[in-house]
Design a protein around this ligand. Structure first.
Ligand SMILES: Cc1cc2nc3c(=O)[nH]c(=O)nc-3n(C[C@H](O)[C@H](O)[C@H](O)COP(=O)(O)O)c2cc1C
Ligand code: SF4
Ligand code: SF4
Length: 251
């Protein structure tokens, strides 16, 4: 039996949540990073996979779905984890469930959990925090009971299956400034190859998914988005992101 921590986590918030959950489940978890190009991978029905994705516009990021399609479940058990930035996750979990079932996984449990918003850092700042950690560990205990039992499914999640809300992407596309040293790290780490290593100040805005990874990893702090556009969108959406949103477990 193998244990796998499969995640798409451009700025690390999704991975933080996933790591806490894995640390509280039985078994040693092997990591599979969907932000890198992964090989064709096949599981078996004895395997257990925690599959974690951020919510982008209430959907699973298309880049994560494309990577997941290199995986075959063959009846492996999947625990779904959608990480959202204090607004809402909407169709993210049902889309993840539909995708994983199509790939041959048995979905046995699902979570919607909170991490700092990767664009609007003033929301859910510092999360997952100690309160989240305690909640996630308690939820992992209940998931372990489900994994040890003889649950045959199906896992029933509220929300739409098959048709999902539209998400046309974010207009916020980062670019580099004069502090750029040309090290090429952002080009190497961009999950969709939207940065050309020979000209890393520029961004292919058609390819860019606004994941903000290049901003978060640049050692020179040389990449950023248009501050006026960021401020305008932030003001428009802030009524939906206030307060402390909860972590949820669905069994
Ligand atoms: C393009 C984009 C769209 C997002 N859309 C949502 C959303 O609809 N609802 C929400 O609560 N958070 C949203 N977020 C916030 C992320 O879901 C959240 O910050 C997540 O933790 C990011 O994962 P990461 O830190 O692993 O990159 C969005 C973030 C990005 C980059
Ligand atoms: S990571 Fe930063 S410094 Fe390095 S190439 Fe990219 S923008 Fe330039
Ligand atoms: S260029 Fe776009 S897709 Fe690539 S890391 Fe930066 S924000 Fe993400």
């Amino acid at each position: 039996m193998g244990h796998y921590n499969i995640h798409f986590s451009p700025t690390g918030g999704t991975k933080k949540v996933a790591d806490i959950i894995c640390s509280a489940l039985d078994g040693e978890f092997n990591e599979i990073d969907l932000c890198s190009n992964i090989e064709q991978t096949s599981f078996s029905q004895d395997d257990i996979c925690l599959v974690s994705v951020p919510s982008y516009g209430g959907r699973v990021p298309g880049a994560a779905i494309r990577m997941l399609k290199n995986i075959t479940g063959n009846g492996a058990k999947a625990v779904l984890n959608c990480v959202y930035g204090n607004r809402a996750w909407e169709d993210t979990l049902t889309e993840l469930q539909d995708t994983l079932e199509e790939l041959g996984f048995r979905c046995v449990a699902a979570l919607a959990t909170v991490a700092e918003h990767s664009i609007f850092r003033q929301f859910a700042t510092g999360r997952p925090d100690e309160k989240d950690r305690a909640e996630l560990i308690e939820m992992a205990g209940k998931i372990q009971v489900r994994l040890n039992g003889d649950f045959t499914g199906p896992l029933v999640l509220e929300g739409s299956h098959g048709t999902y809300k539209e998400f046309g992407g974010s207009p916020l596309k980062p670019f580099g400034n004069e502090s750029c040293s040309g090290c090429g790290l952002c080009a190497k780490k961009c999950p969709v190859a939207a940065i050309d290593a020979t000209n890393p100040k520029a961004t292919d805005s058609e390819k860019c998914i606004s994941c903000m990874r290049c901003i978060s990893i640049c050692p020179k702090g040389a990449r950023g988005v248009d501050p006026a556009l960021l401020a305008a969108i932030s003001e428009r959406i802030s009524p939906h992101l206030g307060g402390r949103k909860d972590n949820h477990l669905f069994l």
